[in-house]
Ligand binder design. Structure first.
Ligand SMILES: Nc1nc2c(ncn2[C@@H]2O[C@H](COP(=O)(O)OP(=O)(O)O)[C@@H](O)[C@H]2O)c(=O)[nH]1
Ligand SMILES: [Mg+2]
Length: 459
């Protein structure tokens, strides 16, 4: 267990009403108190009471800020260690100066996610709850937040524990059979054991995987790319969906040369929308680079919005782009329907068969709701709003659940066909370990590092 004392600014950089410096560890209180006036006898400071004071540099006695502070003695704290939180004014410079004083007193700067890592290592939360902390902080939609909040509460942890428990029971029996080979027939009951696996392990694991399929887009979001030849209105659509002027819109073709990526909320799904350079033949060096990147991004996107301009004749470029997207998950977006169409919409749709289509005017805000519906349908395969599944695993969990499912099916088969207990034990153990990775009991150091490095400093 870590035993040094760590500190960080816990609020985002920039100016704000208040900003918080957080200190955690065995020396949190002695580190903080010399900086606080009126300082008090530490033994007289009540845990979880808010005190008013000033922050001073103990060397010069110069006052830096007026603050409120709270001392929380372990172990009923986030990290289960002693914690001091100092609420100062939210000035980047001021908070930096306070943090510097705290470090001078002997604390060390916390690494990203280190407070939460301690909460996990000290047993306050399991690994799935620690992951949920990042997701709550980063949630982009109310739906994503709701799912993360349930995981933070421990719903996934409990679900996994309730699947691990029958696996453990069965493993105990199988190990007994290994130790007492003469009594195998009394210890192992193949049919009931296989049935228990199916009902209490395989069924619930399959349900979790189904929930992943239904719900993961709400947590992970999807990447959508808008492509089409220059001047069809891609940047205008981007701005329309973002409800702000983010991308430059001009009547001069070829203005957008790099990408703009922003997240929009489409019926609860965080859609990372990428506006691109138009795809067409050009000699302009910068534009060429933009187009190359566009192709690369196109390959990576989950969804393509293929845009054409109904007021202009369709040309070879449109057809070539259609060739790139026809076998992808894509929506044909026919723009500029406020203008007199050059060709009837019906003809356009016939030229680009196989794609769902919508007609819009990015400029005059027409058809945008229909476009959102089409995007939602493509991404969720659902017509309308859906009930969120109660528990939605993330991708890391899904991989572990699949591993556990394979091993559990093997074990059930093993019971049924009377495989040697040693072999069934291996499968049961593998299933247990895979589920243990989700909640952090069998997780490698490398995976832990990977998870916590995604946090911001101060969390
Ligand atoms: N009439 C009309 N003009 C549009 C519409 N959408 C975009 N435009 C105009 O088309 C031009 C090119 O738009 P822009 O968004 O920069 O196209 P991009 O090159 O595909 O990004 C600009 O002058 C826009 O104002 C629309 O729905 N109707
Ligand atoms: Mg553009």
């Amino acid at each position: 267990m870590d035993s040094d004392t760590i500190a960080a600014v816990a609020t985002p950089p920039g100016a704000g009403g208040i900003g918080v410096v957080k200190i955690s560890g065995p020396r949190a209180i002695p580190v903080a108190l010399p900086l606080l006036r009126p300082s008090r006898d530490p033994s007289r400071l009540k845990s979880r009471h808010l005190y008013y004071g000033c922050i001073v540099d103990p060397e010069t006695e110069k006052t830096l800020d007026e603050v409120l502070f709270v001392v929380m003695r372990g172990s009923h704290t986030y990290t289960r260690e002693d914690v001091v939180e100092i609420q100062a004014h939210g000035s980047k410079c001021g908070l930096g100066a306070i943090l510097e004083l705290v470090l001078k007193q002997g604390a060390r700067l916390a690494e990203p996610g280190e407070f939460t890592k301690r909460a996990f290592l000290n047993g306050r939360i399991d690994l799935s709850q620690a992951e949920a902390v990042i997701e709550v902080v980063n949630a982009q939609t109310a739906e994503g937040l709701a799912l993360a909040a349930r995981q933070l509460k421990g719903d996934l942890f409990q679900a996994i524990q309730s699947i691990r428990s029958p696996l453990e029971d069965l493993l105990v029996a199988v190990e007994a059979a290994i130790d007492f080979p003469d009594d195998v027939e009394d210890i192992i009951h193949p049919e009931p054991f296989a049935k228990r696996l199916i009902h209490d392990v395989i069924g619930p694991l399959e349900a979790l995987l189904a929930h992943y399929d239904e719900g993961h887009v709400y947590r992970e979001g999807v990447a959508a790319i808008i492509i089409g030849r220059p001047n069809v209105g891609k940047s205008s659509l981007m701005n329309r969906l973002l409800q702000k002027e983010r991308a430059i819109v001009t009547a001069v073709p070829g203005t957008t040369r790099d990408f703009i990526e922003e997240t929009v909320n489409i019926r609860g799904i965080p859609l990372r929308l990428i506006d691109t350079a138009g795809l067409h033949d050009t000699d302009d060096a910068l534009e060429v680079v933009g187009i190359r990147f566009t192709r690369q991004r196109l390959d990576e996107a989950d969804l393509v919005l293929f845009m054409v301009d109904c007021a202009m004749p369709l040309n070879d470029e449109d057809v070539q782009i259609y060739g790139l997207v026809r076998n992808r998950r894509a929506v044909l977006v026919i723009n500029k329907i406020d203008l007199v169409p050059h060709v009837p919409i019906k003809t356009i749709v016939q030229r680009f068969p196989g794609l769902p289509w919508v007609e819009i005017s990015a400029l005059y805000n027409r058809g945008i709701d229909k476009l959102k519906d089409a995007v939602f349908r493509e991404v969720t395969h659902q017509g309308g709003p859906v009930d969120l599944p109660p528990i939605v695993p993330n991708l890391r969990h899904k991989v572990a659940i699949e591993k556990a499912l394979r091993a559990s099916r093997e074990a059930a088969e093993g019971f049924r066909i009377g495989r040697p207990a040693e072999l069934v034990a291996v499968d049961l153990k593998e299933a247990l370990d895979a589920l243990g990775e989700i909640i952090g009991v069998t997780t490698t150091e490398a995976i832990l590092d990977q998870i916590f490095s995604r946090f911001c400093i101060g969390k």
